[in-house]
Ligand binder design. Structure first.
Ligand code: TXA
Ligand code: MG
Length: 308
């Protein structure tokens, strides 16, 4: 069911999770202090209980309620990227409940850049918002994706297609070094303009207690088996780029290889379309550039294929 922002505010205050648009992906929202609503978010998604949630604020001033330590770099990061798709993992006080942070001393924060959701946060207060998809499945970048995953169990505010199409980049200061815990809609190269050096990506590989608990789980996966390769080894379905000659059964176009923004925006809708069409196997054209937004696109395809 599609609801207005006024209905969404009333539902959230009564403890009913509502899916809201952001510039990255749709989020499944509950008020930070409404513990019963947050439990419902975990249950609806089938989300593991040890995977913490991001707290979404209306503005950077909202951080002061939860975070005492500030630094000039932190200010520069929030000035440069908020509102926007950068999530910062920071030491936080105990005003953030345990069910949100999963007993960690840190909490993840971001200020989403979508006018409807900003108005809702201003009225209702800070919201937790994991991506509004069933755990493990491709994220939702349109209201209809949310309705497909949750049916009548989750009301949704329709804010159109998400402009970025990939989740926020997660950045944390760890032992004096700013590191990326999830590649996302803001590239490491853009963050380097503020930090003065390129932040390293720290993967959860080889540990059962990664800095980012979400790294333990499979993500973004359609039912279709994705075969990632720069070259096509056989016929069959293709997930590839505009302007290239593929032939084959069905060709799913991510966008132009000269526009990572377009590819990012279309990625999850394309993965979902494979399932709608009952595709069981697809070759993914991995012949695309490295760096910038392409790093996150490659990461999502590898995760979706189960090779990362
Ligand atoms: O773009 C986004 O960030 C979207 C939109 C809706 O805002 N939200 C989103 O939430 O992607 P979710 O729950 O799907 O992913 C949050 C990630 C998880 O991998 C989680 O483990 C990590 O953030 N995370 C949350 N709190 C953390 C913390 N204190 N330390 C390290 N990682 C944390
Ligand atoms: Mg997610």
């Amino acid at each position: 069911m599609v609801v207005s922002i006024f209905e969404a505010c009333a539902l959230l205050q009564s403890g009913q999770p509502v899916a809201l648009p952001t510039e990255t992906v749709y989020g499944l929202a509950a008020p930070v202090q409404h513990l019963a609503a947050i439990e419902k978010v975990f249950a609806l998604k089938g989300r593991p209980k040890n995977n913490p949630l991001i707290v979404h604020l209306a503005s950077k001033e909202g951080l002061h309620e939860y975070v005492t330590c500030t630094s000039s770099i932190l200010n520069e990061l929030t000035d440069a990227f908020w509102p926007g798709p950068l999530t910062l993992v920071l030491q936080a006080n105990d005003k953030v409940p345990n069910v949100v942070r999963c007993d960690l001393p840190t909490v993840a924060f971001r200020v989403p850049d979508h006018p409807l959701t900003q108005q809702i946060i201003e009225r209702v207060g800070p919201l937790v918002m994991p991506s509004a998809n069933l755990s493990g499945r491709p994220s939702a970048t349109q209201a209809e994706h949310v309705l497909k995953d949750f049916g009548s169990a989750v009301p949704v505010v329709d804010g159109g297609a998400c402009s970025k199409g990939l989740e926020s980049t997660i950045l944390m200061e760890n032992e004096g070094e700013w590191v990326i815990l999830r590649e996302g809609a803001i590239s490491a190269e853009s963050i380097a303009f503020v930090l003065g050096c390129l932040p390293r990506f720290v993967s959860g590989k080889g540990t059962d207690r990664p800095l980012c608990p979400g790294q333990l789980y499979r993500h973004y996966a359609p039912n279709a088996k994705l075969i990632l390769n720069e070259q096509r080894l056989a016929g069959g379905n293709v997930l590839g780029f505009a302007g290239r000659e593929y032939g084959g059964e069905s060709v799913y176009i991510l966008g132009g290889v000269d526009s990572p923004e377009e590819v990012a925006k279309n990625l999850y809708a394309c993965l979902r379309r494979l399932d709608d069409d009952g595709v069981s196997e697809v070759w993914v054209d991995m012949d695309f550039p490295a760096g910038g937004l392409w790093t996150a696109i490659r990461n999502r395809l590898e995760k979706a294929a189960g090779v990362e």
